[in-house]
Design a protein around this ligand. Structure first.
Ligand SMILES: [Zn+2]
Length: 124
């Protein structure tokens, strides 16, 4: 089976699965430019960014890039694994911070309700 005709950063030939142009998805001409642009105008990306914690957007993009690099043989699977584990830990931390903030906000509202109820009783 033929492999991608590009040379990896370490000087060894890429083992990625080539497309019709002879290059894998990571080495296809224009792939680097497309990665650099990051598809900033794509609606998919905009939708994702709205739902995702803004602090996690660059991590998500980095991870997507790493997946392509690993697929094309430019990143060791162990490195991708470590990156994925770190991203997962970061996500859990961010989620727990957000959850804590939401609970605090709810507790604040509840306190306000008690206060309003008590002040009504006091007026009577
Ligand atoms: Zn390649």
């Amino acid at each position: 089976m033929k492999a991608c005709q590009a040379i990896r950063k370490d000087g060894t030939p890429c083992r990625g699965i080539p497309g019709k142009d002879g290059y894998c998805i990571g080495h296809r001409p224009g792939a680097a430019a497309a990665r650099a642009r990051g598809g900033q105008n794509s609606s998919k990306r905009a939708r994702l960014a709205r739902r995702l914690d803004p602090r996690l957007v660059p991590i998500c993009e980095l991870l997507a890039e790493a997946i392509v690099d690993c697929y094309s043989g430019n990143l060791r699977p162990a490195a991708l694994s470590a990156m994925a584990a770190a991203a997962s830990a970061l996500t859990r931390i961010t989620e727990s911070i957000e959850l804590e903030a939401r609970i605090s906000a709810l507790e604040g509202k509840e306190e306000m309700c008690h206060w309003k109820a008590e002040s009504k009783n006091w007026k009577r």
